[in-house]
Design a protein around this ligand. Structure first.
Ligand SMILES: [Zn+2]
Length: 173
């Protein structure tokens, strides 16, 4: 019983966009109150989770779709912060790939008008950062391995991940 309750269910919006993952209790509440319905994504999603109570068995689909409009919370791109930059860059120097002695580097130095923005701050090891000094990557002969980006809306990120994993499941079949 407790293991079953650790299951999660993917919630889709009324317009079929994957929104989030909720725990099974929350999903059951949405289903029994009529705020959501089972969503069939084809054979790979035919799996259901059975929840037994003393008097009945509830069959909960792994994907549900809201039948009510989804109210979106206001979201803004968060301010640049060290923890998120390191996470985005997978704790890897964006110039040489080193994972040691990491610092944050302004791609265009502040002295040359570079700003504290997501696309101008990358993870760099001390060696590359020193080599770059107050110059641009080109001046130091360094090349960025990836183009630094700002975090995307959590729903967009969730949807991208959901479809990536869904596709993987389909391919494994
Ligand atoms: Zn480096």
């Amino acid at each position: 019983m407790t293991a079953v309750l650790n299951n999660t269910v993917t919630v889709f919006s009324k317009s079929y966009l994957p929104l989030s993952q909720v725990n099974i209790k929350r999903a059951i509440i949405l289903l029994v109150t009529g705020k959501a319905e089972a969503l069939d994504l084809g054979e790979s999603s035919a799996k259901t989770i059975q929840v037994h109570s003393p008097t009945m068995v509830l069959v909960v689909p792994q994907q549900i779709r809201l039948t009510i409009p989804h109210k979106e919370k206001a979201w803004r791109i968060p301010a640049v912060n060290r923890r998120e930059v390191l996470r985005r860059d997978k704790h890897t120097c964006q110039y040489c790939g080193s994972t040691r002695h990491l610092t944050l580097d302004h791609v265009i130095p502040v002295s040359k008008g570079g700003q504290d923005t997501w696309d101008n701050i990358v993870t760099a090891c001390e060696t590359c950062n020193n080599r770059k000094g107050n110059g641009t990557p080109e001046q130091a002969g360094l090349v960025l391995r990836t183009k630094p980006k700002a975090p995307v809306h959590p729903i967009v990120a969730f949807a991208a991940q959901f479809w990536r994993e869904h596709k993987k499941v389909q391919e494994e079949k």
